[in-house]
Ligand binder design. Structure first.
Ligand code: DC
Length: 220
């Protein structure tokens, strides 16, 4: 078993930014589980499957093979042998991933892939149910959150930098809806594990959060 750090939290809390930096500092492999759900979501979008139809989604899962490779240290997602990493981060894909991640067949499909990565190496894995369900015995569990306003503002700045035309109120609304969906679904809802450390990053800088998390990890 590798050394395992779990980071869960809502969309836009900064999990991936923080986890990547902790991984670099501590020499762990960063595993972005949201990207796996997004990889499957691309499969459903390309096939035109209705996310509300669980039976069709479960059937579509059968001909999807999601795998993960590391190229120059960066995680790449392959869908049926094709690198789809460039397509992962659009709103359409995020919304499809949020809807379909509530379907048991989708979660089962990715469970073993996630657990096997944690068995094989020292990982910092981010997602929604890592500390509660995927790695209940993780060595360190973090629940990283921030206020809706802060998360919306961060997302707005990120999109603006990319030259996208966006509306702050709309982004805040989308974040609230995504939170509601992720937290109230029946299977593996987003919640803080009892033994997770709560970090609210609303008023913290990125280096402050990274340093706090590194402080909870094994010191070499
Ligand atoms: O972290 P993200 O925005 O890339 O995740 C996309 C969606 O995937 C998110 O809305 C919920 C789902 N997800 C999940 O259900 N469980 C995980 N471990 C990771 C993501």
């Amino acid at each position: 078993m590798g050394y395992n750090v779990a980071i869960d939290g809502p969309a836009g809390a900064g999990k991936s930014t923080i986890a990547k930096l902790v991984a670099k500092e501590k020499g762990y492999i960063y595993v972005d589980t949201g990207a796996m759900y997004r990889g499957l979501a691309i499969h459903f979008l390309d096939k035109g499957v209705d996310p509300e139809n669980s039976a069709d989604i479960a059937r579509a899962c059968q001909d999807a093979d999601v795998s993960i490779r590391y190229e120059d240290g960066a995680q790449q997602i392959y869908l049926n042998g094709k690198n789809v990493t460039d397509r992962l981060r659009t709103e359409d894909v995020g919304n499809m991933a949020s809807k379909t991640s509530a379907i048991p067949a989708v979660r089962e499909k990715l469970l073993e892939l996630q657990r096997s990565l944690a068995r094989e190496g020292d990982v910092i894995m981010d997602g929604r149910d890592i500390g509660t369900h995927i790695l209940p015995d993780a060595d360190v569990k973090i629940y990283l959150t921030a206020s809706v306003e802060t998360r919306a503002k961060r997302r707005y700045e990120e999109l603006k930098e990319k030259g996208a035309n966006c509306d702050l109120n709309q982004i805040a609304q989308d974040i609230k809806e995504r939170d509601e969906r992720d937290m109230t679904r029946e299977i593996a809802p987003l919640k803080k594990a009892k033994d997770a450390i709560l970090i609210d990053s609303s008023d913290m800088t990125i280096p402050e959060v990274v340093s706090a998390i590194c402080g909870y990890c094994r010191q070499e």
